[in-house]
Design a protein around this ligand. Structure first.
Ligand SMILES: CC(C)(COP(=O)(O)OP(=O)(O)OC[C@H]1O[C@@H](n2cnc3c(N)ncnc32)[C@H](O)[C@@H]1OP(=O)(O)O)[C@@H](O)C(=O)NCCC(=O)NCCS
Length: 163
């Protein structure tokens, strides 16, 4: 286990070499493996730029531990489009720290955090439930036929009402 401090770097894009490495890792692990994502597709997505997307790299001792991609604004909140702790760093509190970081950052700006988690990903669903997310709906056949995606929400600030 690494000992240095965990820090989060906000980036508009992920550099090509790092995107290729992370894409290859994600394509080999669930849920992306079961959903059939290709390493190149994941890497291209990380490299692309969009004004609504921010990539947060969780770093320790100069090494990436995980990655969170956030789309904001999205449905009166921010949508966590990708959330991954790399296998060697799992089970050490990195995921919890990443969600706490995202929540404290976006609480100043918006009211809800949203995400989709695959129905078969029982570990991640349990993890999100522990961090205060609630399922609000099941969407069948969204990514691939025969697999459900569960939409989860965490209210991080009371609704402000209409302007
Ligand atoms: C799911 C994931 C994000 C959790 O991150 P992590 O850094 O391993 O989790 P943490 O060490 O921060 O754990 C925080 C809490 O969640 C629980 N938890 C973490 N993974 C869990 C699992 N697979 N099953 C049940 N509980 C789990 C921990 O026991 C811990 O509970 P505690 O607060 O009672 O001690 C990470 O394992 C991961 O990236 N998995 C593969 C990719 C994935 O599924 N991403 C989500 C896609 S929507």
């Amino acid at each position: 286990m690494s000992s240095g401090r965990l820090e989060f770097l906000a980036r508009a894009t992920v550099a090509r070499e790092q995107a290729a490495a992370i894409g290859a890792t994600l394509a080999g692990m669930d849920p992306w493996r079961t959903l059939g994502y290709q390493a190149e597709t994941l890497a291209r997505g990380l490299e692309s730029t969009h004004p609504d997307l921010t990539r947060y790299l969780a770093m320790r001792d100069g090494e990436p531990q995980g990655l969170v991609v956030v789309r904001h604004p999205w449905l009166r909140g921010a949508y966590i489009e990708l959330f991954a702790v790399l296998p060697p760093a799992q089970g050490q509190g990195v995921g919890r720290a990443a969600l706490e970081f995202i929540e404290s950052h976006y609480r100043r700006r918006t009211a809800n955090l949203w995400l989709l988690v695959s129905g078969f990903n029982t570990g991640a669903r349990c993890f999100y439930a522990k961090q205060g997310f609630h399922p609000v709906g099941v969407i069948a056949d969204l990514v691939v036929a025969g697999q459900d995606e569960v939409l989860m929400r965490k209210v991080i600030r009371p609704a402000a009402g209409l302007p």
